[in-house]
Design a binder for this molecule. Structure first.
Ligand SMILES: Cc1ncc(COP(=O)(O)O)c(C=O)c1O
Length: 411
């Protein structure tokens, strides 16, 4: 898939060409988009890939269009594999990160008394899925304690729980939706590998923001969306499945005619690759948009993105921390580009609406999203501001000034 214009500077120039990247991002003209943890702004090549395919479907027919674009569709798997250090055979497209996560869970033959070991900062829908498994299959859910210094999960304590419980699954969210905390997923992975435990990582907020390498993390399964820091379209995500699990025959509970061959009236055989976690019907324009988004991220470079994006957030966090009536909430030594803060004297929706009235996109997190974390922090809600590399320092300062103005005139 060709990138339609050059927004990346010369090959020897390590800095991002911000003007070109912004010119490549139509949304930059209309809004200060600080909701990349919700959904990043599409870049022009992503939009073009999707619109071109919809046009082709209209012109020659949907099945014919996907056949004509088979190589580009296959590039979805190849590009995601390159992004996370895997092979194309290890990647399955999914309609969302949650879809990928629940498909992965469905492949595990949970028995009553099995333990899922997780953290106090895992994503809400993952926690609800574990509770549903507990209700149906009688599993136990164990939450590893946080480190007293606020840096996230206490890895030593978690490792001890691994040894005492021998969990059926260890599941960790790399960066939760409700704060900029970055969990030490690779350290946890080393313990999982040592003890040969099944390890699932939710990398929804980290993919596209940081370089991700599944070998370094040591996970068996990894889930993500394409719409957030990867800047892909909505309704897309992926699942990584390790060779070890594929070769062991792990398959989702419900597998369809794409994921398996019906070899005899009473038999089926899963395909050899992670395609066994996919379904026959694909949103092809979306898949092509994702491939374009991943190629775009690779061209921009995850190293410079990982330097710039959290740095913009740190600038914002620093300015907010100085404001009376604002409490910043992100723990850890080096938080990600999710800036969360509690505001005195405002209700959530009016505060978000007041930001929107100033042309600033933001998001709300509620106690329900983070039962453990928000209870510890004693907050009912917070505003989340999540810049990306294409945002500017001036935008950061404007956003901080808007918060200052609103909190100054609190109601
Ligand atoms: C950490 C994390 N995991 C999972 C999800 C779920 O992603 P999706 O909406 O694609 O299912 C989100 C969405 O905000 C998230 O922040």
């Amino acid at each position: 898939m060709t990138i339609q214009n050059s927004a990346f500077g010369s090959p020897v120039e390590p800095l991002l060409d911000l003007a070109a990247l912004r010119a490549d991002t139509p949304g930059c003209e209309s809004v200060i988009h600080f909701n990349n943890a919700g959904c990043g702004l599409l870049a022009r090549p992503v939009l073009a890939a999707m619109l071109d395919h919809l046009r082709l479907e209209a012109e020659i027919g949907g099945y014919e269009a996907s056949a004509a674009r088979a190589a580009e569709v296959a590039d979805f798997h190849a590009s995601v594999a390159e992004l996370i250090g895997a092979g194309a055979r290890n990647i399955a497209f999914a309609g969302s990160a949650t879809h990928a996560f629940t498909k992965a869970l469905s492949a595990i033959d949970f028995r009553p008394g099995d333990t899922v070991l997780t953290t106090r900062n895992d994503f809400i829908s993952n926690q609800i899925a574990f509770l549903a498994l507990r209700r149906r299959h009688g599993i136990r859910i164990v939450h590893a304690p946080d480190h007293p210094d606020g840096s996230g999960v206490d890895v030593d304590a978690m490792a001890r729980l691994m040894r005492t419980h021998r969990p059926r699954l260890v599941s960790v969210t790399h960066i939760p939706t409700n704060s900029g905390l970055v969990q030490p997923v690779a350290e946890i992975g080393r313990h999982c590998r040592e003890l040969d435990l099944l390890y699932l990582v939710d990398a929804c907020q980290s993919v596209g923001q940081y370089p991700i390498d599944v070998t370094e993390i040591g996970c068996d399964l990894l889930t993500a969306t394409c719409r957030k820091f990867l800047r892909g379209p909505r309704g897309s995500g992926f699942l990584y499945v390790s060779d070890r699990l594929l070769d062991a025959g792990l398959e989702p509970l419900f597998i369809d005619m794409y994921g398996a061959r019906w070899t005899a009236p009473g038999h089926y055989r899963p395909v050899d690759t992670a395609a066994r976690f996919e379904e026959w019907e694909f949103p092809y324009a979306t898949v092509l948009g994702c491939a374009a988004a991943v190629r775009y991220a690779l061209r921009v470079g995850l190293e410079p993105v990982a330097r710039r994006t959290p740095a913009l957030a740190a600038r914002l966090r620093g300015q907010l921390a100085d404001l009376p009536g604002v409490r910043t909430l992100d723990g850890g030594a080096a938080p990600a580009a999710l800036v969360t803060f509690a505001v005195h004297g405002w209700q959530p929706e009016p505060f978000k609406a007041a930001m929107a009235a100033r042309g600033i996109n933001s998001a709300l997190s509620y106690r329900e999203f983070a039962q453990f974390d928000f209870a510890d922090k004693e907050v009912e809600w917070c505003l989340r501001l999540s810049p990306h590399y294409y945002n500017t320092e001036d935008e950061v300062d404007e956003v901080a000034a808007a918060v200052a103005e609103l909190v100054g005139g609190a109601r």
